[in-house]
Design a binder for this molecule. Sequence first.
Ligand code: MG
Length: 367
Amino acid sequence: MKIKRLFAHRVELPLREGSYKWSGGKSVTVFDSTIIGVETDTGLIGYGEVCPLGPFYLPAYAEGVRAGLKEIGPHLLGLDPRELSVLNQRMDAALKGHPYVKSGIDIACWDILGQATGLPVCTLMGGRFGRSVRLYRAISQESPDEMAAKVAAYRTEGYTRFQLKVGGDPDTDIERIRAVRAMLKPTDRLVADANTGWTQHEAIRVVRAVRDVDVYIEQPCLTYEECLAVRRHTDHPFVLDENVDGLDMLLRGKADLAMDVVNLKISKLGGLTKTKQVRDLCVSMGIAMTLEDSWGGDITTAAIAHLAHSTPEEFRFTSTDFNSYVTVSTAHGAPQRDNGYMEASAVPGLGIIPKHDVIGRRVVDVT
Ligand code: MG
C-alpha cells in the first residue's frame, strides 16, 4: 500500500456561544480548521484534522497547516501509510519542527491503518479501557457571575469537570474561582487554567488567595521556570500544558516534580504517534493526563476519543468534546457526548466519514 495523494479542505467552525475568550484578551469567534486527507493506491483514504487555537496560542496558525502540507507532502508520496514510524521519521527529516503540520497527516495514516486492519484506532493504540471517557467543559473568560452561570448550565448537561479560563486580572480571577467552586458539588473537579497569563508574583498571590478552595492550577505563567516557582509555593494540584511540548520537557518536569497532571494536545506533540509515546511514558511514570487537542471539530474529537479511550482510566484526568462547542458538523460517526461522557467508535479506523457537502473543495492537492 502506497500514499498516492495528500490533500486538505478548509472549514470554518463558528462557536455555539459566539466566542471563546482566554488569557490576555485573546479570543476566537470562528475557528479555521484544516481537514487532511491521505489517499492510497488501494483506494483507502484516511482523514485527520488540525485546528490551532487562533494564531496566538501555540506556535501554530491555520494557514501554516496548509502551507506545511504543500512543503512536506511530496516527501511522503510512495510511502506505506501503515508504517507510522517510517512516516514520522520521513516527516521529521523533510521539515524540522512544526509538529502541528505533521499531526493531521499522522492521524490520517492511523485512520488508514485501522481501516486496513479492520480495527478501531483505540484498539491499535493499546485497547479500550473502561466503557467511556469523562469530559470536561472549558468555560470562556467572562465575569465571575457569567462563568458561574455557565458552569451551572453545563452541569445540567452531565459535565462534572470544568476548566475555567483565568489568566486575566488576578483579583477578578480570584472571584471567578470562588464563584464557580460555590456552584459545584464536592466530587466535581475544577481547574483554573491561566494559559500562561499571570506573571509570577500575580500567580503566587492568586494561589494564596484561593488556598482553601478545591481547585487545580494549570499553566499559570509563560515559562517553565516561573511555573515551577509557583508550584513550589502552593499545595494545589498542578497542571502543566503549554510548556510540555515533547518528551524533553515531560522528563524535565518529572525530575523536578513540577506537575501532577500534564495536558497532552495531539497537534502540540505532532500527531497520535508522538502523543502515544508521551502518553505511554506518563502512564509508566504515574502522571495523569488531560488528553485533547488545541481545538477542532468532529475528526479531532474522534482522534481524542481513541487516544483517551486507550489510556488507563486512572491516568485519564479529562478530555473534551470539541465538536459540541461548534455549530458545524464535518463528519458522520464522530463521538457524541452522553451525560458528560463520550466513547471511541468501534468502527475500523477513526470511525468517521467526512461530509463532503460541508467540507467543500480541496484547497491543497499533492500528487
Ligand atoms: Mg491548558
